[in-house]
Structure formats: C-alpha cells, structure tokens
Design a protein around this ligand. Structure first.
Ligand SMILES: NC(=O)c1ccc[n+]([C@@H]2O[C@H](COP(=O)([O-])OP(=O)(O)OC[C@H]3O[C@@H](n4cnc5c(N)ncnc54)[C@H](OP(=O)(O)O)[C@@H]3O)[C@@H](O)[C@H]2O)c1
Length: 275
C-alpha cells in the first residue's frame, strides 16, 4: 500500500480509499488533495499565449496511453495540470514522469460516481483509452464503447463542460462485408460511443477522428476537417491537436477527421472552429 496523494491511499489491489473525506460532489469521494488548487493563487505559471489567462485542469481517461502521455507532457510544459486515470499501479511512474498526476481508476469496473469524483474541478476531460491491439471483441465493447460512455456520463454528473473524444476515422456506417470481426466490433464500439457523446450537448464535446496512428516525429502540420481522405497521422500531432482543441471551445459540437497534412495545428483548429 502506498500514498499517492495526501488524502488518497492506493491499495495493492488497485483500490483507492480516501483518508480525509472533505466536502465534495454529494455522495462522492473527494479528489486527491494534489488536484485541488486555490482559484486565486497565482503561481506564476502563465502561458505565453495571450488568449489563455487561466491554467487548465485536464483529466485524461486512459492516462498511460501513447497519445495520452504525449498530451500530458504538452500540458505540463505550459503549466497546466494534467491528471491521468490509469488502471495499474505500475503505470503511475510514467504518468508522473510526463508531468501529470496519476490516479488509479479502472474504467471497466469504476462507477459513474467514482469517475465523476475524479472530474470534480476539471476544466476538461479527454477520452484517450482504448482496448488496443490484441484485444478481442468483448474488450472493444467494455473499453472503446463502455468506458467512453462511462466517462461521458461522469462528465455530465460532474458538469465538466468540455469533453474531447479520441475516436477513429471512418467509424460511422456499417463495416463493409468481410471486415475482420474484431475490427468490426471496434468500429461499432467507437461509433456507439460517439453517438452517446453527441447526444449530450452540455458535454461541450469535440470528437477527433484520427487516421492510422504512427510513432513518427510530429510535424506540427495536419489536415483537419469534417471529412478527409484516408491517411495516417503521428501521435505527436494528435496530442498537439488535442491541446489546441482544449484552447478552442468553439470546436464544441464538431466531429473532425485528422490526418497528416500541411496546415499548422493552431491554424487548422481555428479554421475548424470557424467552419
Ligand atoms: N491505433 C490506431 O491506428 C488508431 C487510429 C485511430 C484512433 N485510435 C484511438 O486513439 C486512441 C489513443 O490511441 P493510443 O495509441 O494512444 O492508445 P494506447 O496506447 O493503446 O492507449 C490506450 C490506453 O487505454 C488504457 N486502458 C485500457 N483499458 C483501460 C481501463 N479499463 N481503464 C483505464 N485505462 C484503460 C490502456 O491501458 P493498458 O496499457 O493498461 O491496457 C492504455 O494506456 C484510442 O482510443 C484508439 O482507439 C487509434
């Protein structure tokens, strides 16, 4: 057993209990003290971006994912607070190394109330979890659909107000005949999760649909819009686009395809917001 935050005790089995039950969302455990920050406190961590006057607290579901860790680094570098929800204690070190606050939360067993407690005081939530390659149809349903629905419902309960969903290009519509059954289950899971999110305007959602993800170094340039050709995109650039989307609430209500391209990320996001 070890203490991950002053009031949060993470137990060997992955359970979390709270040593100090301060007031919080009714009936919910409070978030770790490390997640609390005095609203009036000016710690000098201000961005150079003139449009940003407040630091953000962003909770990333699936916080040990490859895109998630990149986004956590970008947020930490500019002084925002990133919180990564991870399912295994051995993942917490990498999240800390990325500059984020790790919180143990298995999105296949947590309740809406538990996740909502972690979202208290968050400015935004990013759903970056995924069952990943090698998983079967069942986990496509429990993670790619179920965990996304859970986090969306928690964001509604916590009234978070901004929700970024990492979906995938081409998930709408029926998978063509002959599609590998597990890939078809993945496409269906992503599509159903997106439908759930889009049914709740108060989430302030933006759905980002990248093409095939690569580990190539990011270029800082992308193609982003309601529909793009087939293509791939570097995880670095996906993280950069997510960061820019967090800064551009006018992209709420938009579903955006993303592949590699020639437009600087900030300009691409601004154009998407204007469109
Ligand atoms: N790969 C592609 O070409 C592609 C294309 C378009 C979109 N996407 C989507 O893009 C997103 C990010 O991709 P990525 O490459 O960064 O994914 P990734 O590296 O596979 O990360 C997914 C993360 O979700 C976590 N996770 C799984 N089950 C969980 C649970 N029950 N509770 C908490 N966390 C859980 C995983 O943890 P564990 O390591 O413990 O399993 C992992 O850290 C995913 O949603 C993916 O579906 C991928």
């Amino acid at each position: 057993m070890y203490v991950d935050a002053p009031n949060q005790v993470i137990e060997a089995g992955g359970g979390v209990r709270y040593a100090d039950r301060r007031s919080g969302v009714a009936g919910l455990p409070p978030p770790p003290l490390l997640l609390l920050q005095d609203e009036d406190e000016d710690d000098g961590r201000r961005t150079t971006d003139d449009e940003r006057t407040e630091d953000m607290r962003v909770v990333i579901a699936g916080g040990h994912g490859q895109v998630a860790l990149r986004l956590e680094r970008l947020l930490a570098e500019r002084g925002d607070t990133a919180v990564g929800l991870v399912r295994r204690p051995e993942q917490t070190g990498d999240v800390r190394d990325a500059g984020a606050v790790p919180v143990l939360c298995d999105l296949e067993s947590a309740s809406v109330a538990e996740v909502a407690a972690h979202l208290r005081d968050a400015d935004a939530v990013v759903f970056a979890a995924g069952a990943g390659p090698g998983s079967g149809a069942e986990r496509k349903d429990t993670v790619d659909r179920g965990a996304a629905v859970l986090v969306a419902d928690a964001a509604l309960a916590a009234r978070t107000g901004r929700f970024l969903m990492i979906s995938g290009k081409g998930v709408d519509g029926s998978p063509p005949a002959g599609t590998d059954p597990v890939f078809a289950a993945y496409l269906r899971a992503k599509a159903e999760a997106d439908d759930h999110v889009r049914a709740h305007a108060s989430l302030g959602w933006t759905i980002l649909r990248p093409g095939r993800l690569t580990d190539e170094p990011g270029t800082g340039h992308v193609t982003l819009g309601p529909s793009t050709p087939e293509g791939s995109v570097a995880r670095d650039d996906v993280a950069a686009v997510l960061l820019a989307l967090l800064d551009e609430p006018r992209t709420a209500g938009r579903t955006l395809d993303l592949i590699a391209g020639g437009t600087p990320v900030t300009a691409a996001v601004r154009t998407a917001a204007d469109g």
